[in-house]
Design a protein around this ligand. Structure first.
Ligand code: CO
Ligand code: CO
Ligand code: CO
Length: 317
């Protein structure tokens, strides 16, 4: 599809299909560029309100992953013919309250009939063209900061199989509902060189994309990775979603294992995340700025590795 739209024919398009990123970016003038993205998926938790809020936080995240702020959103929904209207209303309410928390507004949407319910948003955001942060700017020497704990795929899978402990589900739900707004502002404050959000392609899949587009190698410290409570326990019981295996098969070719890990510990690095955190590459002297900004917002960040010279490889230390 990219061939139909040669980049040189669309000079205002700062980010499009030619250099895939978290969202498309289209420059309007010297001060303003609009950000466009859409995301929707089937329920990841049983609570309708929480599902709506998670789907909205996940869709908004791609605007934050470009360093921008959301302006407005459209509901995208697919609902079974006989779907209880009060449950549909709860999904939409969860989405609406999350959009309002983000300082944006829902301005419309579209619903179709489908066997399996799905919900999400199309989001339009804004960024100053000079403040746009893509995936491709990480430099050797940069430190890598992650802003949410990992393990969301195994947690939602354990939930679907009725094997999750309630306190673990609650912790995962709170993390998935959290906006990446403070994380994005921390990246801006630290003048991050590269930024993305960790979603369906897993930590290693998204880290590879960033490393590849930055022409660099990412060295990740296994012992520094933050895990949700229960995540390692479910992974050890091999409660992985199908996407983990597909991610391992595809992205495994770029991974070098610099330390001994069990199969489940390796597979956990390929666990698809829903509404995961941001991964940012910042200059060493800016790490404290990012972490201070996060803690001022009541959030956490973890330094999980560093950038070195390379061509998209991932080294797990
Ligand atoms: Co993304
Ligand atoms: Co997305
Ligand atoms: Co990005």
């Amino acid at each position: 599809m990219a061939e139909a739209f040669p980049p040189q024919a669309y000079p205002q398009l700062l980010v499009g299909l030619g250099a895939p990123d978290d969202a498309a970016v289209y420059q309007l003038n010297n001060e303003q560029a609009i950000i466009a993205t859409a995301d929707f998926f089937p329920p990841v938790v049983d609570e309708a309100y929480d599902f709506g809020a998670i789907a909205a936080a996940n869709a908004l995240s791609d605007v934050y992953a470009m360093g921008g702020e959301p302006l407005f959103a459209l509901n995208l929904a697919a609902l079974p013919e006989d779907f209880p209207p009060e449950i549909a209303a709860e999904i939409f309410r969860g989405g609406a309250e999350k959009v309002r928390e983000a300082g944006a507004v829902i301005v419309g949407g579209h619903t179709v009939t489908d066997k399996e319910p799905k919900y999400g948003l199309s989001v339009t955001g804004m960024v100053h063209p000079h403040k746009l942060i893509t995936k491709g700017g990480a430099r050797p020497g940069d430190q890598l900061i992650l802003t949410k704990p990992l393990g969301l795929g195994v947690m939602t899978t354990a939930n679907k199989r009725g094997q999750i402990q309630p306190e673990h589900l609650q912790a995962a739900t709170e993390v998935m509902k959290r906006l990446n707004r403070a994380a994005s502002r921390a990246a801006q404050a630290a003048q991050a060189h590269a930024l993305t959000d960790i979603t369906g392609y897993s930590l290693l899949g998204h880290a590879h994309e960033m490393a590849h587009l930055s022409n660099a190698q990412f060295e990740l410290e296994y012992a520094a990775l933050p895990w949700l409570p229960g995540a390692r326990q479910y992974a050890e019981a091999w409660i992985f979603p199908g996407g983990a295996g597909r991610n391992a098969e595809f992205y495994g070719r770029w991974v070098r294992w610099g330390r001994a890990l069990t199969d489940w510990e390796k597979q956990l690095l390929f666990d698809p995340q829903t509404s995961g955190g941001l991964l940012m590459a910042v200059a060493p002297e800016a790490v404290e700025v990012a972490l201070n900004e996060l803690s001022a917002a009541g959030e956490l960040g973890w330094v999980i590795g560093a950038v070195s010279a390379g061509g998209g490889e991932l080294l797990i230390r």
